[in-house]
Design a protein around this ligand. Structure first.
Ligand SMILES: [Fe+2]
Length: 414
């Protein structure tokens, strides 16, 4: 039986402020130095190379999820290419892996995902990414260009048996430049296993440059070449004409809602969808989140009945829209109606959300019988970094504001 020792910074319900659109808007020419063709919705296949036609990586490689026996390494090139990963347990990188689909090696693409399998849990691997562009691709003749290499990096696979885990959570960055670097920097040199991105990392998504420059690149250059950026979408991440293509840049091997176990913590991730009703006029008939949430509620109940869930020392849920303390949008209320009874019945230990742009730590009460922690918003002064550390004795959550001051804390003792 767990006992709650400490609850701080309890805040009353609030009215959510309307979000201020303060994100930088994207110009036609990307900072990465490539140009979008007009009239093609910036399809990746239509992107032209930048000046000089030099083959380059548009960002560092990045890890989007991690398992105990697998890693998914991604990179993006400016030219269509064939890419691979060289890796190993030592810096000698004795293994090579590329991606294949239905008997063909993935190639002639700019967005690359290479899955490494048969890895050992809790083991450090070294790697670099390599890529050669394809100058000519005829049926019986392929001409490659220059081979380029990333720097050398390392990562550690997840491990169910590890005694302690710690991770960081960001939410509601909403495209604000500099926020990833600043907020991760507040962790100083304390160790962490991965960063969880709890939705609304983007504003409404318009094009590839936004996808890369305002999330992938700052993450890849700050931490994600070596520690995974595990992402669940918020309502803003599914808006805009490029929201569907955005999924091409991430790996969801188990789908957009999923579970994972690292150390003593079993994590359930829900994709809460839109905050308004599907029939809202602004969605023009192109949103179908109500059925999507119901499907997740059915799946959730089977997860909550599983031995993996029951036997885990700590059971944590992460979902962008919180079950409570929202303003009452129909999508928000649907989350409450579907998920609160299940969380109560199966006694989840902690739910961590974002969305409201106002941080808060809400201890259990008669309505939600689980603690609910909500991270802050995108504006300076409202941003938060959530740090969680768990071992067999306790799970400790700390929430820092963007000056580094602690503004919330929650402790669960076993
Ligand atoms: Fe949101």
């Amino acid at each position: 039986m767990k006992t709650i020792l400490l609850m701080e910074n309890q805040k009353p319900p609030f009215n959510r402020r309307k979000f201020l659109t303060n994100a930088a808007k994207i110009a036609g020419v990307g900072a990465a130095g490539f140009i979008y063709m007009k009239g093609c919705n910036n399809e990746p296949s239509e992107v032209e190379p930048g000046p000089g036609n030099k083959h380059v990586f548009l960002t560092n490689p990045y890890l989007v999820t991690l398992e105990s026996s697998k890693a998914y390494i991604r990179c993006i090139t400016n030219l269509k290419a064939y890419s691979w990963v060289e890796y190993g347990e030592t810096e000698k990188l004795t293994n090579k892996e590329h991606a294949t689909t239905n008997g063909l090696v993935n190639a002639n693409t700019r967005i690359h995902e290479i899955e490494l399998s048969d890895l050992k849990p809790g083991t450090t691997y070294y790697y670099r990414v390599a890529s050669k562009n394809i100058i000519e691709f005829q049926p019986y003749k392929v001409v490659y260009g220059e081979t380029i290499y990333s720097k050398f990096y390392q990562f550690k696979t997840m491990d169910e048996q590890v005694a302690e885990t710690s991770w960081l959570i960001l939410n509601d960055i909403h495209d604000v430049r500099g926020s990833y670097e600043h907020m991760i920097g507040l962790n100083k040199n304390e160790p962490f296993d991965y960063v969880f991105l709890n939705g609304d990392m983007y504003d409404d998504i318009e094009n590839e440059d936004q996808v890369i420059e305002l999330m992938i690149k700052p993450c890849a250059e700050t931490f994600a070449a070596e520690k995974p950026m595990i992402f669940v979408r918020g309502n803003h991440d599914i808006r805009g004409k490029y929201a569907r293509e955005m999924l091409n840049y991430f790996s969801f091997p188990k789908g957009p809602f999923f579970t994972y176990r690292h150390g003593p913590v079993f994590v359930i991730v829900l994709d809460t969808g839109e905050d308004k009703e599907d029939a809202a006029a602004v969605f023009a008939g192109l949103v179908d989140c109500e059925a999507f949430r119901k499907k997740q509620a059915t799946w959730l109940e089977t997860v909550l009945q599983s031995d993996e869930y029951k036997n885990a020392p700590y059971k944590v849920v992460k979902m962008h829209i919180p079950t409570h303390y929202t303003t009452g949008g129909k999508g928000e209320l649907h989350c409450r109606e579907l998920f609160t009874p299940l969380f109560n019945q199966y006694k989840v230990d902690l739910v961590i959300s974002g969305h409201t742009h106002k941080w808060g730590v809400y201890p259990p009460n008669d309505i939600h019988q689980y603690p609910l922690v909500i991270g802050g918003g995108p504006r300076t002064g409202a941003r938060t970094l959530i740090k969680v550390k768990a071992n067999m004795q306790q799970l400790k959550l700390q929430m820092l504001d963007d000056s580094g001051k602690q503004v919330g804390e929650y402790l669960i003792k076993r």
